[in-house]
Design a protein around this ligand. Sequence first.
Ligand SMILES: Cc1cc2nc3c(=O)[nH]c(=O)nc-3n(C[C@H](O)[C@H](O)[C@H](O)COP(=O)(O)OP(=O)(O)OC[C@H]3O[C@@H](n4cnc5c(N)ncnc54)[C@H](O)[C@@H]3O)c2cc1C
Length: 377
Amino acid sequence: MSPWMNDELAIYRETVVRFVESEMVPHDARWREQHNVGAEIWRRAGELGLLCADIPSEYGGAGGDFRHEVILYEELGRRGLSGFGQGVHSIAAHYLLNHGTDEQKRRYLPRLASGELIGAIGMTEPGAGSDLQGIRTRAERHGAHYVINGSKIFITNGYLAGLVMLVVKTDTTLGAKGTSILLVETHDLPGYRVGRFLDKVGQRAQDTTELFFEDVRVPAECLLGATEGKGFAQLMSDLPYERMIVAVQAMAAMEGGLDETVRYVKGRKAFGKTLLEFQNARFRLAEAATIVRVARTFIDRCIQDVVDGKLDAATASMAKWWSTDMQQQVLDECVQLHGGYGYMNEYLVARLYADARVTRIYGGTNEIMKELIARSL
Ligand SMILES: Cc1cc2nc3c(=O)[nH]c(=O)nc-3n(C[C@H](O)[C@H](O)[C@H](O)COP(=O)(O)OP(=O)(O)OC[C@H]3O[C@@H](n4cnc5c(N)ncnc54)[C@H](O)[C@@H]3O)c2cc1C
């Protein structure tokens, strides 16, 4: 058991497991087919107090800490429930909590916590991913409004999102200092359009889409923190939290895949014995279990550091790149030990494997993580 767990969190985990098993697992195949989980399950999660678990109760959150969030990531991640974009939703809530005005927090956080609004983060554009300075989506001030023109790509929760934290240029003559974040409420917003579901290799239940903005007018009060030019600093300060979410999800997927594979090799027979009786299978599992244990020890330490407010950016980058690289390595072994069944989507390890490929790419690519770590040395 992780050292950060305690009795209260164990009871919380039971609630999460019950919810995930009874209200999510039975629908996952349909969600994968329709490429989104639907709005209803978000409201249900909100009703149970599982959204914005680490947001203070004065803003409608559950008043817990990062460990509560982690428990939901773990229980989703172990089961390959990658459609429910809770990570991005939580990151959106944290932008508000850490950088929003009091009025912005009171206006949006309770609705994010109830699941009435689903959060998304609109940074990436066709011409700007790792290099965010290259974004072109423009927000021009016209009196009491901003007028937005541009587009975003690869946006998690894009179809269901009711609130987009939209990264825009408010001054094209300045670099990072011309970047701001706008809180864009999407419901019935003229000029706002969601593109098709992007056809992804994995994470098939996740509604990843393009977003288009054509002369979209939003009130000037939508500027996060009410000061222009702060967007980059706001994005940077929340990165360790975001990277830990990806790392925790990777950890949970590895654990779920390994457990499933141990079960499988104990039951499957070839040449008159179980797969576990072949030394190769035992060695492969021993290696995977060692990686998973080492990763768990490091990630547990990082989780505690987030709770204590002392996780630095370089350590979070280490957690992100290493755990996602290991995720892919471990799940590849899990597929191999399943033989042909490991390649069939009805098997958990196949879905975990396909879902894993992107974790080395999003949340900042693993190459960018290494750049950041190297700079800290
Ligand atoms: C499923 C999915 C969900 C996503 N969700 C979101 C979301 O919710 N919101 C959002 O804004 N974005 C999202 N993204 C976008 C994601 O963050 C970007 O894809 C990622 O940052 C990489 O940007 P890019 O795709 O433009 O690749 P590029 O930046 O073009 O990178 C291509 C390759 O070049 C390498 N590279 C680039 N620069 C350097 C460098 N300086 N040094 C070394 N190597 C470098 C990269 O590591 C990579 O291997 C998502 C992407 C996917 C696939």
